[in-house]
Design a protein around this ligand. Structure first.
Ligand SMILES: Cc1cc2nc3c(=O)[nH]c(=O)nc-3n(C[C@H](O)[C@H](O)[C@H](O)COP(=O)(O)OP(=O)(O)OC[C@H]3O[C@@H](n4cnc5c(N)ncnc54)[C@H](O)[C@@H]3O)c2cc1C
Length: 446
């Protein structure tokens, strides 16, 4: 059996199949494997999460996602990694990282697993085409090596020919095979697992060729878009705040109906907005065609209620007759942010709290809790941690991830129409789908 793509999903599939005693060929187009694992989680690799469910993912087929996740849970992933020397620490939000704080530990564990299970890894093997050859014959020179390694055969499909031909060759009946080829190489395999990832961070090796291969077998793709990607703005005042971060709750609405909401550390950048809630909300922004009907509202004080803030404002105004608006807000928010925020709200920094009229105070509160941030686009695949959309889950067997259109062809990882939020969910999908596809191959082959 062959696996195309030695990323998270491919490595997991390979170990699963190797463990069951299958002869595994693992091909990758890059010279060095595991680029995304190494850069993940700020080079610390957020392996998985304590609480994983289908609700943490975007997909057209949530039930399939649920079944796959239940087949190999986050607890099972932790046990698996422990076995390969990866001990973990849990951090805020249930996120698991290796206790070495290094993503390399995770990649090393997976590579060690592959080598212990006899997986044959070949790098610099960029697959450009996979063909399926049904019940064919191969011409062999009598008593010697293969005459034609791959292409003789299509015309013999369905015929039964045995014995010597022209006294010099013999045609040997071959089972169904996939012919996997690229520049300067070709391999044959009875089953193939496509683990080529999506389109995000193409420099790491995932450039969409896998989708083309899936399409060549008749598969359809659910619209692919960047996800977990920063958002752009044309507002120079916000951009000037680059480097400033603060906790924010973001809510995206369509025609004033809530579409998605995420809370976490928000970051101003020289191009716009980033940080956890921005990355999480980006898939929803990108995938809505009617951008004019979208609004992204920020709550800059997510841990406070409006009433609580109002009371603390009134109390501070009563207690001190000289406290300025800037000083009061800077106790709760970063100072540079406060300066920009007050300018945007046409309020002087040195305005003393008790000079602020009730109406102006209420308008300030409204602005702090419901501020509409202007978004003009997304950074795109170059900086998208994942791809949303992909091979349609309706076209795979949910129990094995085998193609319903081409028996013997399986999928795992990001190539499928599944994308998770920040927090270790995307790797969990890679581990779970890798194990499910691997077990599917084992069941078929043994
Ligand atoms: C910067 C960054 C940080 C991230 N951090 C986290 C995190 O902390 N936690 C988390 O859960 N997720 C994280 N992710 C997401 C996670 O890395 C991916 O979801 C996951 O790596 C997908 O695994 P995959 O094996 O499906 O695809 P990939 O990791 O993309 O692997 C695909 C492999 O296939 C190979 N390939 C592609 N096409 C071919 C071909 N034609 N022939 C041969 N080989 C081919 C590629 O070279 C690559 O090795 C992060 C992603 C990025 C970009």
């Amino acid at each position: 059996m062959a696996i195309i793509g030695a990323g998270a999903a491919g490595l997991m599939t390979a170990i699963t199949c190797g463990e069951a005693g299958l002869k595994v060929l693992l091909l990758d187009g890059r010279e060095k494997i595991g680029a995304k694992i190494l850069m993940s989680g700020g080079t610390r690799c957020n392996i998985t999460n304590r609480d994983v469910s289908e609700r943490d993912f975007g997909s057209e087929q949530n039930r399939v996602v649920r079944d796959v996740l239940r087949s190999f849970t986050s607890e099972a992933s932790l046990r698996f990694f422990e076995q390969w020397g990866v001990h973990v620490l849990m951090e805020e939000g249930g996120k698991y990282f290796p206790d070495t704080h290094s993503a390399k530990t995770v990649l090393d564990g997976l590579i060690q697993g592959c080598s212990k299970k006899g997986v044959q890894l070949k790098t610099n093997q960029k697959v450009s085409e996979i063909q399926f050859r049904e019940n064919h014959f191969k011409a062999y020179a009598l008593g010697s090596s293969i005459l034609d390694s791959s292409s003789v055969v299509a015309r013999f499909i369905g015929q039964s020919m045995h014995g010597p031909i022209n006294g010099a060759t013999t045609n040997v009946h071959m089972p169904n095979l996939f012919l996997i080829s690229g520049k300067g190489f070709s391999y044959e395999a009875k089953t193939v697992v496509l683990c080529t990832g999506g389109l995000s961070y193409p420099t790491t090796g995932s450039d969409g060729v896998g989708y083309e291969i899936a399409k060549s077998f008749g598969h359809s793709l659910v619209l692919t878009t960047p996800a977990l990607t920063p958002l752009l703005t044309n507002d120079s005042a916000w951009k000037a705040l680059m480097g400033v971060s603060l906790p924010v709750k973001l809510t995206l609405s369509l025609h004033d109906q809530k579409k998605a909401s995420f809370e976490g550390s928000f970051l101003f950048t020289h191009f716009g907005f980033s940080g956890t809630p921005v990355l999480n909300i980006s898939r929803h922004w990108v995938r809505e065609p009617d951008k004019n009907a979208l609004k992204m509202m920020a709550n800059f004080l997510p841990s406070e209620s409006q009433e609580g803030f109002r009371q603390s404002f009134v109390l501070a105004a009563q207690k001190s007759s000289s406290k300025t608006l800037k000083n009061f807000l800077s106790e709760k928010l970063p100072e540079r942010f406060v300066e920009t925020f007050l300018k945007k709200n046409k309020l002087a920094e040195n305005l003393v709290l008790n000079q602020l009229k009730r109406e102006a105070r209420e308008s300030l509160i409204q602005s702090l809790f419901y501020y509409s941030l202007p978004v003009t686009g997304v950074y795109g695949y170059q900086k998208a941690e994942v791809t949303a959309g992909g091979v349609d889950l309706l076209e795979v067997d949910p129990k094995t991830l085998e193609s319903k259109l081409q028996p013997g062809l399986f999928f795992a990882g990001e190539i499928l129409d599944v994308d998770g939020r920040i927090g270790g969910f995307n790797f969990q999908w890679a581990w779970s789908s890798g194990v499910v596809a691997g077990r599917g191959v084992v069941k078929k082959m043994l």
